[in-house]
Write a protein that binds this ligand. Structure first.
Ligand code: AMP
Ligand code: ZN
Ligand code: FE
Ligand code: FE
Length: 276
């Protein structure tokens, strides 16, 4: 039995509805899962309700925030946030509205490059969740401009692509503070993506970072050991998950594929209990 503490649903750029994700997670042998949609906690209620059908399944509420440094993108996960807090929800709504503007700007750039896609199609694919680049990639795919989601990122909308558009900047320490302000536990996501990790960590830890994803995706044993050593050095809780976005989305691994031990989820729950 395993944990999977990094999962996306239709509430952001995932394919499965929160309830379906919960059901499939259980089928995959996961007994502690966290829903961590981008800039939204709107799937937590549905997921919590579905979890009632499985007495031995625990759901941890979460969110994933995107931040930028001059040196690249950094994602911060927030667990056990006080999701009923109106100020927190206003913040998340602001982030989602920034996403809309950014996606529109990416679509404009694509149209200028001659790879036209309709904004309405992107909206339709995104539904009423947080819009993200995977939705634009899906529109490019449906219109025959690319043959895969990955190709869309590689050719057009990746960080160095010709249609990339920046979001409004938020520093990682800001996201860490925001999560802490609303009683959440901030955890650094997919550290392999972080440039200059060791230099960034002291400041993030000073700001209240509590952990880091060690058991992420298909990270090798050697990589995991390296990140585990950093966790020990900075007194961080090692966590992990698959970052599964559903069937048909480019992903490193399947639901539960990160093989994150069940006790990793329990440790996170324990940290939450110790802090309240
Ligand atoms: P956004 O939140 O709009 O910046 O889009 C980021 C999301 O796009 C990530 O959470 C992944 O789900 C997905 N993504 C990022 N890079 C790639 C890539 N190279 N191939 C496929 N999906 C990607
Ligand atoms: Zn995503
Ligand atoms: Fe991420
Ligand atoms: Fe993610």
């Amino acid at each position: 039995m395993t944990s999977d503490l990094h999962l996306h649903s239709t509430v952001s750029d995932g394919i499965l509805k929160p309830a379906d994700l919960v059901a499939q997670a259980y089928e995959a042998g996961i007994r502690i899962l966290a829903l961590t949609d981008h800039d939204s906690t709107d799937g937590i209620n549905e997921a919590t309700e579905k979890t009632q059908e499985y007495p031995d399944l625990i759901l941890i509420p979460g969110v994933e925030l995107s931040t930028d440094t001059n040196d690249g993108e950094i994602h911060i996960l927030g667990y056990f946030l006080d999701i009923k807090n109106k100020d927190l929800q206003a913040k998340l709504e602001e982030f989602r509205s920034d996403r809309l503007g950014r996606a529109q700007s990416i679509v404009e750039k694509l149209n200028q490059l001659g790879f036209s896609i309709e904004w309405d199609l992107v909206k339709e694919i995104a539904g009423d969740g947080s819009v993200g680049r995977p939705h634009i990639a899906e529109a490019l795919l449906q219109n025959g401009h690319v043959e895969s989601i990955k190709e869309a990122f590689d050719k057009f909308i990746g960080r160095n692509g010709p249609a990339y558009s920046e979001r409004r900047k938020m520093e990682p320490s800001e996201a860490v503070n925001l999560i802490t302000t609303y009683s959440g536990i901030p955890i650094l996501a997919h550290p392999r993506e972080v440039n200059n990790l060791e230099n960034l960590l002291p400041d993030l830890v000073d700001n209240g970072l509590k952990g880091m994803e060690v058991y992420y995706g298909l990270y090798s044993e050697e990589e995991r050991l390296g990140y585990l050593n950093l966790c020990n050095k900075f007194d961080l809780l090692p966590t992990g998950g698959s970052d599964y976005h559903g069937p048909g989305r480019a992903a490193e691994c399947d639901l539960g594929g990160s093989n994150t031990a069940e006790h990793i989820g329990s440790d996170l729950i324990q940290m939450h209990h110790d802090s309240t």
